[in-house]
Design a protein around this ligand. Sequence first.
Ligand code: PEP
Ligand code: MG
Length: 893
Amino acid sequence: MGKKYVYRFSEGNREMRELLGGKGANLAEMTRAGLPVPPGFTITTEACNAYHEMGKVLPEGLMEEVDTALTLLEKEIGKEFGNAENPLLVSVRSGAAFSMPGMMDTILNLGLNDETVEGLAKLTGNPRFAYDSYRRFIQMFSDVVLGLDEYLFEEVIRNRKEAKGVKHDPDLKASDWQEVIYQFKEIVEKEIKKPFPQDPAEQLRLAIQAVFDSWNNQRAIVYRKIHKISDSLGTAVNIQSMVFGNMGNDSGTGVAFTRNPSTGEKELYGEFLINAQGEDVVAGIRTPQPISKLKELLPGVYRQFEEISHQLERHYQDMQDIEFTVERGKLFILQTRNGKRTAQAAVKIAVHMVHEGLITKENALLRVDPDQLNQLLHRRVDDRQALQVLVKGLPASPGAATGKVVFDADEAEEMAKQGMKVILVRPETTPEDIHGIVASQAVVTSRGGMTSHAAVVARGMGKPCIAGCEEMKIDLNKKEFQVGSIVVKQGEIISVDGGAGNVMLGEVPLIDPVLSDEFSELLGWADQYRTLGVRANADTPVDARKSREFGAEGIGLCRTEHMFLAPDRVPVVQEMILAETMEERQKALSKLLPMQQGDFYEILKEMAGLPVTIRLLDPPLHEFLPNLEDLLLEVDRLRRAPETDKILLREKEDLLRKVKSMHEMNPMLGLRGCRLGIMHPEIYAMQVEAIFNAAFQLKEEGIPTEPEIMLPLVGHVNELSLLRKMVDETYARVKEKHVGEIRYTVGTMIEIPRAALTADQIAREADFFSFGTNDLTQTTFGFSRDDAEGKFLQYYLDHKVLPENPFIVLDREGVGKLVETGVKLGRSVKDGLKTGICGEHGGEKSSIEFCHLTQLNYVSCSPYRVPLARLAAAQAALRHGAAKEALKESVVH
Ligand code: PEP
Ligand code: MG
């Protein structure tokens, strides 16, 4: 017997997600739990993959299995597919293992044709409903399966409404819909040169194929790429008997979340439309009513729905996003899934569920995606200031954004490519707009509710969104919108506050984020579980304070070059670099010394009691000098000028000579890092003196410090030995002038492959290692980051030459092997040698997991990523308990 491709809902369960897709697995699970789910069956993702593998041919035996399942379905509900007297109608929906909102296609009312529509009319005693359902089916089928333009059909309806002098679809009568259907069929026949398929079996086959095909439509591909979903998963197809929300005012359809997906508040949250079908709510075309209204209109149904939503939440132990339909007062659940939520809601829901005893702390920690936390650490609109709100809409996804108004997704993408920040403003969005949403800072729609396409997608991406801004009159042709008498044209700047639902003209003041109580609580739990330390990369007192606030346990990288770049210092730094004699250089250095000392004093003070790793100067010196090409042009101009200032010309020529002499072919591999310290020891000596002076000064004030002096770019142990000697000698010199001692250590960055490979030798001279995975990635791949990212890396990623950007996600196989080697060799000569990472990877979850597995002592990342790193480190510890045990044994803190 061949593979089983079809599973009835009663045969599946939630564990079968990969095979049945998320929707199919949940429908099966709900059926088993005895919930009112319209019966049906699911075609597996394996069938979809087989279909594509065979070049778009339905796999053998599939349609026979579908037939058998259909027969059973007919028996179960006492209706027959294609029977004119008593027709069974089905919906056909896609459903991949991961939910892809709005990405794939859905067909409702399949099984209707010229005969069954009459049966439906008689059976329900409601011809208007029957014809309306049929015309919807033709429209959807033509769009999704036959690929015809929806516009052709909308026009027919519009004309009909005009001819009848009515405004809304529900005002059209049965006979109007009959006429519409007649015209629809004519359109189809004209376009595809064949009549609209009347045979339900053929309709079903074509629909199944269309769902399979939609796995590879453009928007599905884009969505998968953004969300890193594998192309090889395939989609399942769910075939389910239809229930009707458009059978009158005791019918309706809706979507509800068991908690507020935007704020995380515990309240039933959603929308519904009375007398409407299927996609009307999600499509955002009619603005629906809040779910609380259902309580007034159909109180019994509301109560039952409330109960079911509690049951589902308890069952899945997570916030659910439930689709439901009411057919003549009877409630049906069409779908449930874990609801998408903002970071704010994710954190709040996870923490509340622990308090409610629904899940454990471990569950809560594993459930929040560290990547999402970025959203919480963004700046927000300062609502303590008086704001001029232009228009208000529904607060569909929180966050603040400012940008130029743009009305079209393609243009949004284009403008963003040119470096502009844009805000996409549309009546509503559809899956075709996805690239525009990606390119925008925020989305504003004039129609649609909290569960509209724009709202769902923006929340998923962590972008601010305001939906249903009904007072905003958008004119897509003129590329402008109007609110009252104010007209805003494309390119003008607006700001949005997605948490409040406010749209404002121009820019508005923003404030720094603060951690909510729930967020702090969750991170407190994270700290109980993680074994990796978390430090921050900070080189100003402000950043140092922020780091502490976010829970950093020290500074893992204080880059001193940034201190040289302050506008008032550049001239002194240049004086130091351009000095012709040692005397001149010392003079400049003695001016820099108190400045550096002040910097270190402030930073060490902010971090009192915590370790601070200060890295001595790293970049090539010419980075502090004027640009060579600019200078060339200037000297040329001065030489040509008729009455040139000779002194100025001489000065510039001198400068040019110096800059030329310092010019390097490959500065990244040139005179920088510790090489600089060896060639110009006086510069490093000044920095070290400044560090010790500051530390003694603080000691005298009773403030404890722990400076860790770090030497960059070491490749050979001798480099480190030389410089370590310089540090110790400088300390001895500084100590003379003070009472007592200060504790300091001297370590090195490991950012050159040779350093990792000879880490046993290097460790003899180092008190600690800090892996500089930015440079280590460059030197391991032989890529210069700027050139790679500008020239070929994107192509590599698009064509899967590389699985990830190695500058973002640590390349475990190559760079990672060097890190492992470095740790192992280092600890082989120095038991418990302290090791950390300070490249950008220190703030990325998969790299953090790697650091945990490699038993590093800490990661160091930018201050705003510290909370993310705390959570990611806890997740790594929870997922890899064994490594945690090993770490405890082997590492001396
Ligand atoms: C590194 O190379 O990883 C590092 C942290 O140093 P920088 O980025 O300053 O070169
Ligand atoms: Mg580096």
